[in-house]
Design a protein around this ligand. Structure first.
Ligand code: C5P
Length: 244
């Protein structure tokens, strides 16, 4: 497999655990995501090490700050050699433009978080956002697209609607994925890998079902087989990082 759609969330507390886990994975079978916990504990050297082992890294730090600070953070992430990074769409148009300028189209993929899926209607009222969560998600996704970003993170359940609204070339990255029969952990609204792809997702973020599996490599192979026959949405960009 040359262009894996599964991104394994490396939600580990330190570099040692993350490195010993990635040793069980094959970079042709998956990409990996480094988020706030692991990055805060282990820093950029760990990211370089994982990239050095051939993995495409999605740096999930959801930058949200004034435009120049976000632009500089994005440049630093691009220098690290990450394949994908994200910013928070609620940072607004100027911030999104600054991020895009810092990471030109065709280099690292730049996507936006719209609304965190933990936000419900009452949370939107609290922070003064109007409309239902799905309306806010669509509005922020359109803002991200308008500012030239490559895509958004979204719930796989909302992917079908977003795919329709945003067109074929917009990248949808979806967490909240559970293989049939797997534990839900605290995820409430989940989708199987196959259904997420059918809904129009390009990349599936999967954490604990894989990180806590007794044989992560064979589970990944099985999940890749499960989604292999469902090539409904072409990937917006089929090129991989040079590291891969
Ligand atoms: O272990 P699990 O598959 O639930 O991990 C999902 C990953 O996706 C975690 O790293 C989590 O932070 C991230 N995520 C999510 N829901 C969102 C955004 C990100 O689960 N709405």
């Amino acid at each position: 497999m040359s262009d894996p759609r599964i991104i394994v969330a490396l939600d580990f507390p330190d570099a040692e655990e993350a490195i010993s886990f990635t040793a069980k994975l094959d970079p042709t079978e998956c990409r990996v995501k480094v988020g706030k916990e692991l990055f805060t504990a282990a820093g950029p050297r760990l990211v370089e090490k994982i990239i050095g082992r051939g993995f495409d890294v999605f740096l999930d730090l959801k930058f949200h700050d004034i435009p120049s600070t976000v632009a500089n953070a994005c440049k630093a992430a691009a220098r690290l050699g990450v394949w994908m990074m994200n910013v928070h769409a609620l940072g607004g148009r100027k911030m999104l433009h600054a991020a895009r300028e810092a990471v030109p189209t065709g280099s690292a993929k730049l996507i936006a978080v719209t609304l965190l899926t933990s936000m419900e209607h009452s949370d939107l009222d609290d922070v003064g956002l109007k409309g239902e969560p799905q309306d806010v998600v669509r509005r922020l996704a359109m803002l991200a697209q308008d500012c030239g970003l490559d895509g958004v993170v979204s719930s796989a359940l909302e992917a079908a609607e977003l795919r329709k609204a945003m067109g074929e070339r917009f990248c949808l990255v979806t967490p909240g994925i559970r293989p049939a029969g797997a534990s839900l952990d605290e995820q409430k609204r989940v989708t199987t890998p196959r259904q997420a792809i059918i809904n129009g997702s390009n990349y599936l973020v999967i954490g604990r079902p894989i990180t806590q599996a007794s044989d992560p490599a064979s589970l990944l192979r099985r999940l890749n087989q499960e989604i292999a026959g469902v090539e409904i949405t072409p990937l917006p960009d089929r090129t991989r990082n040079d590291h891969a």
